[in-house]
Design a protein. Structure first.
Length: 467
């Protein structure tokens, strides 16, 4: 094969191909030297350099994309980790909030017994939700727990030292603080975080909306609400709280109430209607009048209708076809109390405490109008049976009869109803707290809830969360 000269000879095609592949040699021409005609080395070298730059740029773009994806992944992982930590702490705070609520409610329930019991009760309330401490603290702001993860601090303030109810003696403030662990935030040097929950509870009247309470549990000897006859019960401004079963079989009962809650079952096989529909399976309620202190029982004397002495302890009280007025005061009955026949019995500002296994019976064509004290230790309490007694009570009457006050028979059956067309309509308020309740007769029975005439309002005091 002949070599090409620089005189402009045409090179053979094969040689031309060889010359076009000369860019693989990177030897430059001397300064001022003119490349031979037809030689494309300079052009192909420029293309080669362009190619190298393009490849380098592609490589750099790929690396940047990889680094970007990696950085974005780290950011998303960090956000996910932060979300997990925050979610965990929110979950733990909900648990602590339940404990703080229990602590505040338990502490507030002890207000009538004295401030010395509030802290211990609050601590016990928190422990029921799993937050137990050796001793409670007080102070505002509360002291955060110091120590390892899992350290708990319970603070009870009476009265509260912060918030809307600061300094008010009807309120209790509770804090539950716990050192909680972190997980992903440890990468930022945060290994733990103190989470605090706060609650405030109020103790007083006016928070209880129910006016009928039965305390016996389902299946026990004395429990629930039953019916005898075809009565109508109207309690439109208050509710019914039944710790037992609500069973209207065997009668025809119509009920209108603000609410009806039943721990056990609600059975209506006897006709009538209950408005609203009972809510079953509710949590049982404790005795709302358990804080009452019984009067001192003195030496029993014989009851004389013509010489009634308030504050006396009577062996029994029996009134048959008589007219009797009880002066204001407390009467202790160390046995049975019976009002029957065509008797007319009145009394304003009176409380009857029945003990020693005695029972109460008011029936017949009686006209009985009794009202409880408007102030004092037994404000709003009309009948009070010894909680140790289980003797049944029966309160029936005519159209004009009324019983204004609390009818408290915590471990007994109360039979309540009228023989006329209406019953108890003139009572501004009536509270029924009994082991069980039987609604009887054929009258329309009124259960009102106007406590405006009482100095301290509703005699059923309870604690309720306000913050």
């Amino acid at each position: 094969m002949q070599a090409c000269s620089r005189a402009g000879k045409k090179c053979s095609g094969l040689l031309t191909v060889a010359v076009r592949f000369r860019p693989y040699s990177r030897t430059p021409f001397a300064p001022g030297e003119v490349p031979p005609l037809g030689l494309t080395g300079t052009k192909t070298a420029s293309l080669h350099k362009f190619s190298e730059v393009a490849v380098m740029r592609k490589k750099e773009a790929g690396q940047a994309l990889i680094f970007g994806v990696f950085a974005l992944g780290l950011l998303l992982l960090g956000l996910m980790g932060l979300g997990i930590d925050i979610g965990y702490m929110r979950y733990e705070k909900r648990l602590q909030q339940s404990a703080a609520d229990s602590a505040a409610l338990a502490g507030a329930a002890e207000i009538p017994y004295g401030s010395s019991f509030i802290s211990a009760a609050g601590s016990h309330g928190a422990s029921l939700d799993g937050f137990t401490v050796a001793s409670t603290q007080s102070g505002c702001p509360p002291t955060d727990p110091s120590g390892a993860v899992g350290t708990i601090a319970v603070t009870i303030n009476y009265p509260p030292c912060s918030g809307l109810y600061s300094g008010k003696p009807e309120y209790v403030e509770a804090y539950v603080a716990v050192v909680q662990p972190t997980f992903f935030m440890k990468a930022l040097g945060i290994t733990s975080q103190t989470v605090t929950a706060r609650a405030v509870a109020f103790w007083g009247s006016g928070v209880a909306k129910n006016c009928v309470f039965t305390l016996g549990s389902p299946g026990t000897a004395i429990e629930g609400i039953t019916v005898n006859g075809s009565p109508t019960l109207n309690a439109p401004t208050c509710g019914i709280d039944d710790n037992g079963n609500f069973d209207t079989s065997g009668g025809d009962l119509d009920v209108t109430a603000g609410s009806v809650g039943v721990v056990g079952e609600a059975t209506n096989n006897g006709g009538g209607g209950v408005t609203p529909t009972p809510i079953t399976g509710i949590a049982p309620l404790g005795d709302p009048l358990a804080t009452l202190t019984p009067p001192t029982v003195g030496t029993p004397i014989t009851f004389r209708p013509d010489n009634i002495i308030p504050g006396s302890t009577y062996k029994s009280i029996s009134i048959n076809n008589g007219t009797v007025n009880f002066p204001a005061g407390t009467y202790i009955v160390n046995g049975d109390m019976t009002i029957s026949g065509n008797s007319t019995v009145t009394g304003t500002g009176v409380t009857f405490y029945i003990t020693n296994g005695g029972d109460l019976t008011i029936n017949g064509n009686t006209n009985v109008q009794l009202s409880a004290p408007t102030s004092g230790s037994y404000e709003g309490i009309l009948f009070y049976q010894d909680p140790n007694d289980t003797s049944s009570a029966r309160i029936n009457g005519t159209n004009n009869s009324f019983f204004q006050g609390a009818l408290y028979f915590p471990n007994a059956l109360l039979d309540f109803g009228g023989t006329g067309s209406t019953f108890n309509s003139d009572a501004a308020y009536t509270l029924i707290v009994s082991g069980a309740l039987r609604i009887s007769g054929g009258a329309t029975i009124s259960i009102n809830s106007d406590f405006s005439g009482l100095v301290d309002g509703n005699p059923i005091h309870s604690s309720v969360l306000v913050e």
